[in-house]
Design a protein around this ligand. Structure first.
Ligand code: OAD
Length: 237
């Protein structure tokens, strides 16, 4: 018998303890930057310079951050589970922690893509983190941040929905669950599958059955959940 499938949906809250700002908490990014100016398709058309500048700053902040114990706990759980991470985050902290399977719903900060061909993507190296509307890729195309802006489709939502539908256990960590389609992933869980939600200020999930809320920061909440999930597997051996 294979390992059970543990599918984990993460939001900005999992990276908060690594020093990366969330969006909607008090002092969060959207309090200081108008979201439709810096993270929408219209905003990018109006003022691409500003959008590049915003993501240059995000990359700089990411360079000063390290994965935290919550990212690492998800890697350690790979010993007992087939762990699949679906993240709304554009940081690379899950990858740097060592997670084997990471699906990004909203793009990746450390990548840029062609403005004329969405399938042409290049990785940035840590020495060249600043981009502008004049930045060209190796093929000569003008490049933009590899971010799914508001008003754009979310191409990875379909594989994400499939993963959630196949989950034996589903865990949500650090998301306000207000941005769709990501917020709807929880509804793709099969009946009877245990669902855990770790967030110190969780969204209201009282209308959903089988959700166990762990109202704690990601590192503490994951420490507890990891212990429980490991124990369940050891008890079966
Ligand atoms: P939000 O900023 O909306 O929500 C952050 C969540 O993290 C809140 O529920 C907080 O309570 C929780 N949180 C804060 N500190 C935490 C901690 N130490 N441990 C665990 N949780 C903590 O961020 P997201 O839900 O990820 O999209 O936002 C979703 C999308 O909205 C983002 O991907 C981004 C944004 O606009 C784009 O830019 C396309």
């Amino acid at each position: 018998m294979g390992k059970p499938k543990l599918v984990v949906s993460t939001g900005a809250g999992i990276s908060a303890e690594s020093g990366i700002s969330t969006f909607r908490d008090s002092g969060g990014l959207w309090e200081n930057y108008p979201v439709m100016d810096v993270a929408s398709a219209d905003g990018f058309r109006r003022n691409p310079e500003l959008v590049h500048k915003f993501y240059n700053e995000r990359r700089k902040a990411l360079m000063n951050a390290e994965p935290n114990a919550a990212h690492r706990a998800l890697v350690e759980l790979e010993k007992y589970y087939d762990v699949y991470i679906i993240t709304q985050n554009v940081d690379d902290l899950h990858e740097r922690a060592g997670s084997a399977n990471v699906l990004h719903l909203h793009g990746e900060l450390m990548k840029i893509r062609s403005v004329s061909d969405p399938d042409y993507v290049e990785s940035l190296d840590t020495e060249h983190l600043v981009t502008t509307p004049a930045t060209r890729g190796k093929r000569g195309d003008f490049m933009r941040p590899h971010i799914v802006f508001f008003q754009e489709p979310v191409p990875n939502i379909e594989p994400a929905m499939e993963l959630v539908h196949e989950a034996d256990i589903f865990v949500v960590i650090g998301t306000s669950m207000v941005v769709y389609p990501a917020a709807g992933l929880i509804h793709a869980v099969r009946p009877g599958v245990p669902v855990y939600y770790i967030d110190p200020h969780p969204a209201d999930v009282s209308g959903m059955s089988d959700v166990r809320v762990i109202a704690k920061p990601a590192t503490k909440g994951m420490e507890e959940l990891k212990e429980e999930l490991e124990k369940n597997m050891k008890d079966m051996l």
